[in-house]
Design a protein around this ligand. Structure first.
Ligand code: KE4
Length: 430
């Protein structure tokens, strides 16, 4: 995509670079993984977005997950307008908070009590602090390739060996923080057993994306989540599912509903805000009651539970239930998978397509892909060429091989057939 094809976005980007670090308010939007410049979006509706140069694009990023009903669904827009008319934030409890808390407790198996926050990062950060406060332990286990937001304790990379304690994965994270985080390879049962054998009574919690979707899209091996549940319970450690991305998307109750594995705490975000800034963390009541004001673990937020964001989230979740959105997402996801698989067959490309419900990833790698180490073997140049070819033809996939794509209930026939056509052409052109 040359700047001449998107002159207005190019101009906006040059201006943005003057006032905003990297020209963006979140790094992935800068397209650094695929090269080139980002485009600026001016409006979105359903499965389509329109950029500053008027280009219409079929959108498979869905603002990184929240747009499960597509962009600007009428029910959400009306709920936001209605709520905003009565005030945007009160700094006091409001009825919306009670309604959404009840809905989350009813729908998500692990959640007996829930606290609203303003992002997925806040949700995982708070869940970690709560787990440490509840257990009186410091050590947190996470998995290489899983992303949980920009939490100091979790911006940690695997040390030299699989079982060494972490080292900071970002400037500004003190070594002292990283040493309390142990990084394990995902889907490696021996590493898990060894870690618990050596450090089990020091582990406060294990946090993971139960279906990792920030390093490509990979699936837990048969029995892996059950093993995690068994080992954490056996050693008095908590199990935290980061369902910021999968919650309310892969099923009404998330991965924990589909898998039957119930964590002690769950982090949520994205879909529950209907596109507004919302996160949440919840779980066993005896753990959640450790939170201020009743308990010793402090956590707070000026805009947590604000009426407008709650109204947006409630409208989205209730609409998903009304239309049984999960069945719709499964059928659209299957249609996309069929189209991609026939394109791969037609073009003789031996690539790997992973999908769970409306989340998918076309991995430019062959063979079994079990964790981020396998994804790192992908052909990133080929992915980049595929990305730009599709974008040039009006189909916007996530601008990184490490990111997952999202389908919404608004992805219509026309969008899906255009996607199939463009995918074949892009694979042929590789
Ligand atoms: P936020 O703080 O960005 O709301 O949520 C952090 C987060 C936590 N847990 C999981 C599993 C997540 O995927 C995320 C954020 N996801 C990225 C996309 N992979 C958001 C996009 C961005 O960083 O701009």
């Amino acid at each position: 995509m040359s700047d001449s094809q998107t002159p207005r976005s190019h101009q906006l980007y040059q201006e943005a670079l003057r006032y905003i670090p990297g020209g963006v308010n979140s790094p992935v939007r800068a397209f650094r993984n695929v090269g080139g410049e980002p485009f600026f979006v001016e409006r979105a509706k359903g499965c389509r977005i329109w950029d500053a140069d008027g280009r219409e694009l079929v959108d498979y990023v869905g603002t990184w997950g929240p747009a499960i009903l597509g962009h600007a669904p009428e029910v959400v827009i009306e709920a936001v307008i209605e709520a905003a008319r009565h005030g945007t934030s009160f700094g006091t409890p409001n009825p919306y908070e009670v309604e959404i808390a009840k809905l989350i407790c009813d729908w998500v198996p692990s959640v007996e009590k829930v606290r609203m926050v303003n992002s997925g990062t806040e949700a995982t950060m708070s869940a970690i602090r709560l787990a440490r406060g509840f257990t009186g332990r410091n050590l947190i286990v996470k998995f290489d390739g899983c992303y949980h937001g920009h939490v100091d304790a979790l911006l940690v990379a695997a040390g030299s060996g699989a079982l060494t304690h972490g080292k900071p994965d970002s400037a500004g994270v003190p070594e002292d923080f990283a040493k309390h985080t142990l990084i394990l390879p995902f889907n490696n049962t021996e590493a898990l057993e060894k870690a618990f054998a050596e450090e089990g009574d020091r582990i406060a919690a294990v946090i993971l994306e139960p279906v990792p979707a920030n390093a490509g899209l990979v699936f837990p091996k048969e029995g892996y989540l059950q093993q995690l549940r068994h080992l954490t319970a056996k050693h008095g450690a908590l199990l935290i599912f980061d369902e910021v991305m999968t919650g309310f998307r892969v099923a009404k109750g998330g991965v924990q509903k589909r898998s039957g594995v119930t964590p002690d705490l769950t982090a949520l975000g994205k879909v529950i805000g209907g596109g507004l800034p919302v996160g949440a963390f919840g779980g066993r009541a005896d753990i959640m009651d450790y939170l201020a004001p009743d308990g010793p673990v402090y956590q707070a937020g000026t805009l947590s539970g604000n009426p407008v964001a709650m109204a947006a989230g409630l409208a989205q979740l209730k609409e998903m239930e009304r239309i049984n959105g999960w069945a719709l997402l499964e059928s659209r996801g299957q249609a996309l998978e069929d189209a991609v698989r026939s394109a791969l067959k037609e073009t003789g490309r031996n690539l790997t397509f992973h999908r769970i419900g409306s989340m998918f990833c076309l991995l430019f790698a062959e063979g079994e892909i079990l964790n981020v180490d396998d994804v790192k073997k992908a052909d990133f140049d080929a992915f980049n060429r595929f990305f730009w070819h599709c974008l040039g033809e009006g189909v916007y996939f996530a601008p990184s091989q490490y990111e997952t794509g999202f389908i919404s209930t608004a992805h219509d026939e026309a969008a899906m057939s255009k996607t199939a056509e463009v995918t074949v052409a892009a694979l042929k052109a590789l």
